[in-house]
Design a binder for this molecule. Structure first.
Ligand SMILES: Nc1ncnc2c1ncn2[C@@H]1O[C@H](COP(=O)(O)OP(=O)(O)OP(=O)(O)O)[C@@H](O)[C@H]1O
Ligand SMILES: Nc1ccn([C@H]2C[C@H](O)[C@@H](COP(=O)(O)O)O2)c(=O)n1
Length: 250
């Protein structure tokens, strides 16, 4: 397999905690390889928005599962144009607001609701022709353990908090720590996105720029898919950033 072959399957799975850079990095990697892009966190958020809008009691697991099964969700996979519709309504902004962020763990910790979303996510991956970067918390372990490249993207808590603060600017909630660290603690009770499983590369972006992180992922993709080079990492064409080292651990 060669990552530059535009006909070959290439599923890249990226997991990591909140603010580690999954969305930004995954989108850019998808653009560079001409792949689709799936933000699975947005799906958990869209279901949460739907529950809140339709008056579903988020403490009622059966009701949450029923809402997850019936949510009229349309997820786009173009890395250049985010498209997230629920019942025909554009929810891109609403799902990033405090209301959804503060409640989303109620959906993500409801295990049967996760199973419904995992099935939808596998279907989207299949529909992409298995040419996609999918990111979230359980892509490397549950949704696509057979992905061609599996990466756990981490960053220190301090780096993640600082990034999220910068990203939100004046809109940052006084609740930022709960929204980043507290949410990860809740989500960690149902999925492991803090330690890399066998065959999953660990990439710590704490001390890396965005471009270096993107390059680190590209290097891993080329290393894992370049059968012609017997597993040796090949320098990509477009940048000179150093290859990631598994030793760069938090
Ligand atoms: N290596 C990096 N260096 C500096 N800033 C970064 C780096 N990676 C990402 N960022 C910035 O950090 C912010 C958070 O990144 P992003 O939204 O991609 O994280 P995430 O892991 O998808 O978070 P969440 O899971 O909560 O959606 C963005 O503003 C992004 O530009
Ligand atoms: N595969 C996934 C993706 C996301 N989640 C949870 C974790 C978050 O609390 C929430 C929103 O994700 P974000 O937009 O912050 O990446 O969904 C999950 O459990 N599994």
């Amino acid at each position: 397999m060669n990552a530059r072959d535009t006909n070959a399957r290439l599923v890249i799975a990226i997991d990591g905690p909140s603010g580690s850079g999954k969305s930004s990095v995954s989108k850019e990697v998808a653009r560079r390889f001409g792949l689709a892009y799936l933000d699975t966190g947005a799906m958990y958020r869209a279901v949460t928005w739907w529950c809140l809008e339709s008056g579903v009691d988020l403490d009622d697991a059966a009701a949450v599962v029923a809402a997850t099964r019936s949510v009229p969700l349309e997820m786009g996979t173009d890395p250049d144009e985010e498209r997230i519709l629920v019942a025909g309504q554009d929810v891109r902004a609403a799902i990033r607001g405090d209301r959804v962020t503060d409640h989303v763990s109620a959906v993500s910790t409801t295990v049967p609701a996760r199973e419904v979303l995992v099935r939808m996510q596998r279907e989207i991956i299949r529909e992409s022709g298995n040419r996609i970067v999918a990111e979230g918390r359980d892509i490397t372990t549950v949704v696509a353990p057979d992905a061609d490249v599996r990466i756990l993207l981490t960053a220190s808590e301090a780096a993640r908090m600082a990034r999220r603060g910068r990203q939100l600017g004046a809109a940052a909630s006084s609740n930022l720590e709960a929204q980043v660290v507290g949410r990860d603690a809740k989500d960690s009770t149902v999925v492991n996105f803090t330690s890399a499983q066998d065959g999953v590369h660990l990439l710590d972006s704490s001390e890396l720029t965005m471009e270096q992180t993107v390059q680190g992922v590209i290097d891993l993709v080329i290393r894992d898919t370049d059968t012609a080079h017997d597993g040796a990492a090949e320098a990509p064409d477009d940048t000179g950033a150093a290859a990631p080292e598994e030793a760069r651990q938090p």
